[in-house]
Design a protein around this ligand. Structure first.
Ligand code: ASP
Ligand code: MG
Length: 466
């Protein structure tokens, strides 16, 4: 290859980086920052791009400060801000030295002053609360990322802070803006490619972006994973690693099944299914950009970097047992509506769903027969009103303290005998509602909450041994 051929190849084929996202507990204190530096340093050869959440509880603190300010309690707001600035300063004091420590210290003082000013504007003009909320709440990620870049440098890794607002371009909807995918991809490449080419490690805060007018926006709570997926998709990363405080996706919740183990691999669809049912590891919406570009996602444990991790990608690999994992959700309420009028009539289901719609309550599972409908709910805040309206349609029964069990596995439904082996494992338990959903990868049912441990434990034993 000649020199100019190499240059052309270099320009058109960017070398794929590795996106590493660290959640709030992975930057909760100085030892977490030190572990992060070690984890990133160990993977330097893979060209890391670091995306980081705010230090744990910092976003909550900033949200509370905005609320206090808008209620006129500026002093309480200031106290909260002082506390969280102090936490950053402690980390800087432990891990940075000399000029780096002074620089971060000065940036923290500027942030404190600016946040205080913003809180005073909010207190004086409550109408500015929404746009200024983003301006204040984004400080968590802006500060954590600045600190991460400095800590990396202190440990010999060429960390380079990047203002995430220059990369993530969004709609104007403050507090939960939507990313503009193409503009974000172009801006992210333009910002990060030159840094990567110099062999440096870009570090940017998750969760934040900028709107069409340049104002700071945020992607909604928990949005840092979304940032990681957007960056990973824009740069066609080899992998997006989500560093958190659990060892990936497990075969079941380890608090319920102590012998649960980490899954090596899940398909995107399986991970989404598990996420809907209580595995709080990942929000399905946030990995959509990765899914669209086929970029694999891996869930890793920053407290135990050598522990097993779960890789999530487009491959669908049915497991031998048919079942990959058993998820569950407690605190579920089942509502049953029965009416002979329903038999052969139309419009009845619509009338029922309109009641839930009117009371803005999401329904999880639905099963219908000729004369009855069963629905499961998570949120019962408006149940009395819902009941009153449903009673005009038929006889209503409410069962509380229920739990949903969701058995997940690619190709599950096509497998002969799967229902027999699932329900055969718990022959003496009453199954209250069964739903297979539109996807072919889950079998979901409701049991009494007080039998949940037993049911999940026995299913786990049947499919994975103990
Ligand atoms: N710091 C933000 C939050 O707590 C975003 C994130 O951590 O993903 O919601
Ligand atoms: Mg988080």
């Amino acid at each position: 290859m000649t020199g100019s051929e190499a240059a052309i190849r270099g320009a058109s084929h960017r070398v794929a980086p590795l996106v590493m996202k660290f959640g709030g507990t992975s930057v909760e204190d100085a030892s977490a920052f030190a572990r992060l530096a070690q984890i990133v340093g160990d993977r330097r050869a893979e060209r890391p791009v670091v995306v980081v959440s705010a230090m744990s509880r910092v976003t909550d603190g900033l949200v509370a400060a905005v609320r206090y300010a808008s209620e006129g309690a500026v002093e309480s707001a200031d106290h909260g801000v002082d506390d969280l600035v102090a936490r950053h300063r402690t980390v800087a004091g432990r891990l940075l030295h000399g000029g780096e420590e002074e620089e971060v210290g000065a940036a923290l003082e500027v942030a404190r002053r600016e946040i205080r000013e913003l809180l005073r504007v909010i207190a004086a003009h409550p109408g500015t609360r929404r746009p200024l909320y983003d301006e204040v709440v984004s400080r968590g990620e802006r500060l954590s990322s600045l600190l991460v870049a400095a800590v990396l440098r202190a440990s010999g890794v060429a960390g380079r802070w990047v203002d995430a607002r220059r990369c993530i371009r969004t709609t104007a909807e403050h507090t939960r803006a939507d990313p503009l995918i193409e503009a974000t991809a172009a801006a992210t490449q333009a910002e990060l490619d030159p840094i990567l080419k110099r062999g440096e490690v870009p570090v940017l805060g998750g969760f934040i972006g900028s709107g069409p007018d340049g104002a700071t926006t945020t992607l909604g709570r928990g949005g840092s994973d979304y940032t990681a997926a957007l960056v990973g998709a824009a740069l066609r990363a080899t992998e997006i690693q989500i560093w958190t405080d659990v060892s990936g996706f497990l075969t079941a919740d380890p608090r319920v099944v102590p012998s649960a183990r980490t899954l090596d691999h899940l398909s995107y669809a399986e991970a989404a299914e598990l996420a809907y049912f209580g595995a709080k590891v990942l929000h399905p919406k946030t990995i959509q950009p990765a899914v669209e570009h086929g970029v694999p996602v891996r869930i890793c444990n920053s407290r135990d970097p050598s522990a097993p991790s779960t890789r999530i990608d487009a491959r669908s690999e049915p497991s031998r047992a048919g079942v990959k994992a058993i998820a569950h959700k407690t605190g579920v309420t089942v509502v049953q509506v029965a009416s002979a009028r329903m038999l052969g009539a139309y419009g009845f289901l619509r009338a029922i769903f309109e009641v839930f719609d009117r009371h803005q309550t999401a329904v999880d599972l639905v099963a219908t027969s000729e004369v009855s409908v069963s629905l499961s709910l998570d949120d019962t805040a408006r149940l009395p009103e819902i009941m009153r309206d449903l009673e005009t349609l038929g006889t209503v029964r409410v069962e509380e303290e229920r739990a949903i069990v969701c058995v997940v596995g690619e190709g599950l439904r096509a497998r002969p005998g799967i229902a027999a082996s699932v329900f055969g494992a718990v022959p003496d338990v009453s199954i209250l509602l069964i739903s297979q959903g539109a996807s072919s990868i889950n079998l979901t049912f409701v049991v009494e909450e007080n039998r949940l441990r037993e049911v999940v434990g026995r299913l786990h034993g049947a499919f994975f041994g103990s």
